[in-house]
Write a protein of this length. Structure first.
Length: 447
């Protein structure tokens, strides 16, 4: 939910859219000194341990997970094509121009004209994309056993998203078009700047004001687990004094947690699926990963990385909009970039740009996720808990993709890579007392 809302404005622009096996050489454990006692690590093999965790998945479960995740590759293409089809419909039938004309008849204030058009646009495109949205995010999720909602419950959440989108999307578009009209030659740069500021704003307010619209957040009751989570937070300089849980089970079976917020709105949250389906070791491992995102400033780094992408995206839209307008502008009744009737064209061009940026976006997020994995292993010291959490995530993530496949499509390291990395960490820490204590509760093949 957080990521969806953090790019809400970009979602409005894009109509809601946006092999060789990987082989790693295992790291060998340091040799024991001739005078030291034999190391407990001498019986531990990283590859064997990784295979033991992978073997916990039945062939049927692996096939189902692979089918779900690989189907998502095609969804990226169909999302883009659906967005282009809606843009063509609005432009080719001059429906967009008629929506603008209606706004102009209602008021002479340009900003209010933009607002009136934006409300029409957001509602209409939401309805046009609804059939595809129902399939992709409801039917398909139930088909693979991930959703816990019936259709009416799902539509209720969609109505909430529409309301949030109407408010925030309209405000953003009013500001964007005011900038475009003011800076006729450099609007792409100023428009990108406004979009970036809007993403920062969403990241700040989302944990406290937007997320509770969709789920109920409550303070986690006092327990040894809560004490350990807050201890980890204090040890790593995270200014959180409480831990919250939220009822994600009313929507899906996915486990999740986050350390979210900026500028004083930091909040540690975990969903009830994680609480109910995972052991304390797994919960600590997941929270350690999420704390890694906070400590490593991934929220801010992500904004910086994607700010560059947004700037290039606006530059592409600036150039291509002019090219298309010279050839089709009169037929579509578009009066220039500052004409709000051209929004479907802006959305279509941005959708094309983001489609081809898929490998770049995936690599940026996957790299930060790998960094958070490494941090979490050191913070939580629960390699087996982390491995078991990776196995749980296999319900909707392919575990062992090819190298190119992972590079293009994976915004997280694959399950195999995460388990393998955790077992390498474990091999290097088996002489530690707390790691030895967990060795008796892992799969037999992992010892």
């Amino acid at each position: 939910m957080k990521r969806v809302l953090a790019i809400l404005f970009l979602a409005v622009l894009t109509l809601g859219v946006t092999s060789v096996q990987a082989i790693q050489t295992p790291e060998s454990a340091p040799a024991a000194s001739a005078t030291a006692a034999p190391s407990i690590a001498t019986h531990f093999d990283v590859d064997t341990a990784t295979t033991a965790y992978m073997d916990e998945l039945s062939p049927a479960a692996r096939a189902k997970s692979d089918a779900y995740f690989e189907g998502g590759y095609w969804l990226i293409l169909w999302d883009c094509l659906w967005a282009l089809g809606i843009a063509w419909l609005l432009l080719g039938t001059r429906l967009s121009a008629r929506m603008r004309n209606l706004a102009e008849r209602m008021t002479r204030l340009r900003w209010l004209q933009t607002a009136i058009y934006s409300v029409q646009y957001i509602i209409l495109t939401t309805l046009l994309i609804l059939p595809w949205n129902v399939y992709e995010n409801f039917v398909r999720e139930r088909q693979y056993g991930l959703s816990t909602q019936n259709l009416m419950q799902w539509l209720g959440d969609q109505a909430k998203e529409l309301l949030v989108g109407l408010i925030l999307g309209t405000i953003a578009l009013v500001i964007i078009y005011a900038v475009i009209r003011k800076a006729t030659r450099s609007w792409w740069l100023w428009g990108a700047a406004v979009s970036i500021l809007f993403v920062v704003f969403l990241g700040t307010v989302e944990p406290v004001y937007i997320a509770p619209i969709f789920n109920t957040y409550k303070s986690l009751p006092d327990s040894p687990l809560k004490a350990k989570i807050l201890s980890m937070a204090r040890a790593n300089g995270i200014p959180a004094t409480d831990v919250y849980w939220f009822d994600a089970s009313r929507q899906s079976k996915r486990i999740s947690a986050n350390v979210s917020g900026m500028f004083g709105t930091t909040r540690i949250s975990l969903n009830d699926n994680l609480m109910n389906r995972s052991t304390p070791a797994e919960i600590k491992a997941v929270l350690g990963h999420e704390m890694g995102h906070y400590v490593l400033n991934h929220e801010y780094k992500g904004i910086l990385y994607f700010a560059v992408i947004i700037v290039f995206g606006f530059a592409f839209v600036y150039w291509s909009f002019g090219w298309v307008e010279r050839r089709r502008g009169a037929r579509w009744d578009i009066r220039g970039a500052g004409d709000v009737a051209g929004l479907p064209l802006l959305a279509a061009l941005f959708a094309i740009f983001m489609f081809f940026m898929t490998p770049v976006n995936s690599t940026i997020t996957r790299s930060m996720e790998a960094e958070a994995d490494a941090f979490g292993l050191n913070a939580a010291r629960e390699p087996d808990g982390f491995a078991r959490a990776a196995v749980q995530l296999s319900e909707y993530r392919k575990m062992h993709p090819g190298t190119v496949e992972e590079f293009v499509f994976f915004d997280h390291p694959s399950g195999w890579n995460r388990i393998h990395r955790a077992m390498i960490w474990k091999a290097e820490h088996l002489d530690d007392a707390d790691i030895r204590a967990t060795d008796a509760v892992v799969p037999a093949g992992a010892r």
